[in-house]
Design a protein around this ligand. Structure first.
Ligand SMILES: CC(C)(COP(=O)(O)OP(=O)(O)OC[C@H]1O[C@@H](n2cnc3c(N)ncnc32)[C@H](O)[C@@H]1OP(=O)(O)O)[C@@H](O)C(=O)NCCC(=O)NCCS
Length: 166
């Protein structure tokens, strides 16, 4: 098994994001918005990631190969939301996603982050399974009736005993 690590994102990494944000298979599992995204928007969203002050964004690496993106974004009431994409699809189903999430949880612990949740498409069984392996528990369904691409999501919360330091 390759060594999974989380690495700081640099300006030269933009093309990975451009590729992943245009991959229809990935889009169907995430936002559901298949309309092609312009270069301008890619630059805008990538710069927002690079420059964000309150949030944490990392590349996921398998040995030296860059395979994905994982983040922890500050939300209200001391909650943080995590999102993950293994953009290189041949790396799916090998435990790398779960490993990356566990590394992120350890980082969160050191940062004194005490509450983590996520939202996932209810049909994305692979993702739900990976999250459960890391200690996330289903906490309910949230409806977004105005979002025709993703009208409802499953919310999952990290069992917070996993975030307590001994
Ligand atoms: C979701 C994602 C991060 C998970 O990472 P991963 O490395 O593929 O996942 P893991 O191998 O750690 O775990 C997946 C588990 O789901 C299981 N699984 C795969 N397909 C499944 C299915 N259709 N139904 C149920 N379980 C399934 C796998 O067997 C594995 O469980 P196991 O370890 O007990 O065998 C990755 O697949 C990905 O980026 N997918 C595309 C983007 C995406 O969906 N992101 C999440 C948006 S919320």
């Amino acid at each position: 098994m390759p060594k999974i690590t989380l690495k700081k994102i640099k300006p030269v990494d933009k093309n990975y994001f451009a590729k992943w944000w245009r991959d229809k298979t990935l889009l169907k599992l995430t936002s559901g918005i298949l309309k092609p995204i312009s270069d301008k928007k890619i630059t805008k969203y990538f710069l927002a990631i690079l420059q964000s002050k309150n949030d944490y964004h990392f590349l996921i690496c398998a040995d030296k190969k860059i395979i994905g993106h994982i983040s922890l974004v500050k939300r209200k009431d001391n909650w943080h939301e995590t999102q993950i994409i293994i953009g290189e699809k041949k790396y799916w189903n090998n435990g790398y996603g779960a490993k990356a999430i566990k590394i992120l949880i350890n980082k969160a612990k050191r940062l004194n982050i005490s509450k983590i949740f996520l939202e996932v498409r209810p049909t994305n069984l692979r993702a739900i399974k990976a999250y459960e392996k890391c200690g996330f528990i289903k906490s309910g369904v949230k409806k977004y009736p105005k979002n025709k691409f993703l009208p409802e999501v499953l919310r999952m919360k990290l069992n917070n005993t996993l975030l307590k330091t001994k």
